[in-house]
Every structure is written in C-alpha cells, then in structure tokens.
Design a binder for this molecule. Structure first.
Ligand code: 13P
Length: 306
C-alpha cells in the first residue's frame, strides 16, 4: 500500500496539531526499524535520505529498498530527499519514486534560494511530489558535533518567509529558530515568538531540522506553533554506536545478532518520538486523506527533462 503524497500527510498533521517524524535512513537496519516502529504505533512516517550521506552508501541500492518498504508498509509512508542541493538531485529522487524533495539553498542569498527553489518546485509539482525548502540557516551537520559549527545561525524572518512561500509555492518550510543539526551540549534556546509569527505569516506546515537533543517540552511548544515535520537522525546514529560499544558480547553471537540488537534500539527510540510527537494512532485517518503516489514511474514532465 501506502507510499503517499507528503503534502497530504503533512497537511493532516498541521491541521490536527501533531508532527510526523522524518527519520534519517542510512542502512537497511535503520529502514526496517523505522517502519516497524511506525507500524507498531499505527503512525504515518517519513523516510529521510540525506544527500550529505550519499558518500556513505549506494543511493541506487538503498533508495529502491526504501520505496519497496514503503509500498508494503501497513501505515502511510513518505520518502523524502533531505537537503538536496540541485535540480538534478531532485530529479533523481523523483525518478526513484520519492514523494517529497527538499531543496536546500539556505546558505545562498535570498533571491538565489528563491530562484532554485522555484525551479525545483515546478519540476516536483508536475510529478505530484511535495517540496520543502529552508529559509534562514540551520547550522551543523547530521551526526556530527554541533560545537564545530562552521556557519553562524541565520534566523528566519516572518516577512521574508511570507514572500518566499508565495513566490515559490513550497508545500512546507524549514525554519531557523535556534535548533542545530548534530550533537549538542545541553538543549538549544528556541525562539517560539519568532516561530509563531512565521506560522501566522505562511500558514503551511513548518519543519524543524536538528531534532536530536531537544527536550519533551521543547517538542510540545514547537508542535503547538505549527511544526508538523521533525527531522531526527543524530540521536539514532549515536544510539547505534553506543549500543555497539556497550554490548561487545553480542558480537560473539555473530554479526546478525549485533544488527538485530541495533534494529531494536533504533526502533525503541523512534517509538518514543512517535509517542511524544502525537503521530501514533493516526495512520488510518491519514490514509483516508492522502492520495497514493503514482507507482514511481517518471511522469511525462520528468521524461521531457531527461
Ligand atoms: P539531527 O541529526 O540533529 O537530529 O538533525 C537531523 C536533520 O535535521 C536532518 O535534516
């Protein structure tokens, strides 16, 4: 069943004040664990494949596996290109059957970010694929130490966000309000007043990058102010590494036992997020309101480009 339109999925979350988890997939074990957690809690879920990780696995192998897992899942699933940097990246993901693409030019001047985002939105929308862009700049790297930030924060302005959304037609917007990608010491300070203004200005689902390390209370306030998608990876990666360090004995039973125990650890953390973010038990309603995505075959518009 359910590889679904990400726009429909996020629209439901936004209207009903909960957030869908967009969990970083880097191996088959992560993929299986995330889907299992979503099925256990009857939750819609997003599989995030980040372009910055493509050096670490073979996209042409893992992406079709994600599509296959989504199709046979018992809950609605969206597959999303995270931090795509170009039109070509978006096109590749759409050809593969993804239901969402992010175009991240947030480190570029406003007009350049807007122009490329609009190009990607035109392409993606012609294929029924949702688009996320980022305005302002969320620093740091997924799975890395946030202390080594190479860029400063650039907070999202609500007036720029209004213009950006109107001129690009994006379906959801990643905002910079104090979170960072990667590992932090302590929880970051978040600017909820800024978030509320952005939400009022754009009226579309907002996205938080850098979900790892936030407190339960911070998540609740984010969701109350329009956040409908939360990106989460570093905590899962750290958990897997810690699990290997803490359980050297499991390796004595072989590689498969070690892999299974990592899957269990990742599944448990994803389930915790699902409970906290309110997406549990929503699968049936979401499915009713989501158009299924086409079968991943290229639409005529995409073929025209290739
Ligand atoms: P964390 O790795 O900090 O959880 O952030 C993930 C993310 O935002 C991916 O885009």
């Amino acid at each position: 069943m359910p590889l679904v339109h990400m726009k429909d999925m996020l629209g439901h979350a936004y209207r009903h004040a909960y957030a869908v988890g967009a969990f970083g997939v880097v191996t088959l074990d992560f993929l299986e664990a995330i889907i299992k957690a979503a099925e256990n809690y009857r939750a819609p879920v997003i599989l995030n494949l980040a372009e910055s990780h493509f050096d670490y696995y073979d996209f042409d192998l893992l992406a079709p596996a994600a599509v296959a897992a989504a199709r046979r899942a018992r809950v609605p699933v969206a597959i999303h290109l995270d931090h795509g940097r170009s039109l070509e990246s978006a096109e590749r993901a759409i050809r593969c059957g993804f239901s969402g693409v992010m175009v991240d030019c947030s480190d570029q001047p406003f007009e350049d970010n807007l122009r490329l985002t609009r190009e990607v939105a035109t392409l993606a929308h012609a294929s029924g694929v949702a688009v996320e862009a980022e305005l302002g700049y969320v620093p740091g790297g997924e799975g890395e130490n946030a202390e080594n930030l190479s860029h400063e924060f650039e907070y999202t302005s609500h007036s720029e966000a209004r213009v950006f959304v109107a001129r690009t037609g994006v379906d959801c917007l990643a905002v910079s309000i104090g979170t960072v990608h990667g590992r932090m010491k302590g929880a970051p300070r978040l600017d909820y007043a800024r978030l509320a203004k952005i939400n009022e200005a754009v009226g579309i689902p907002l996205v938080i990058h850098g979900g790892s390390g936030l407190s339960d209370e911070q998540f609740r306030k984010l969701i109350a102010n329009g956040v409908a998608k939360i990106n989460y990876y570093t905590a899962l990666s750290d958990l897997a590494v810690q699990h290997i360090r803490d359980n050297p004995g499991i390796g004595d039973n072989g590689y498969m036992a070690l892999k299974r125990s990592i899957r269990e650890a990742v599944r448990a953390e994803v389930e915790r997020c699902i409970r906290l973010w309110g997406s549990g038990g929503r699968a049936a309603e979401v499915l009713e309101q989501c158009r299924p995505l086409n079968d991943g075959k290229a639409s005529p518009d995409i073929r025209a480009i290739g």
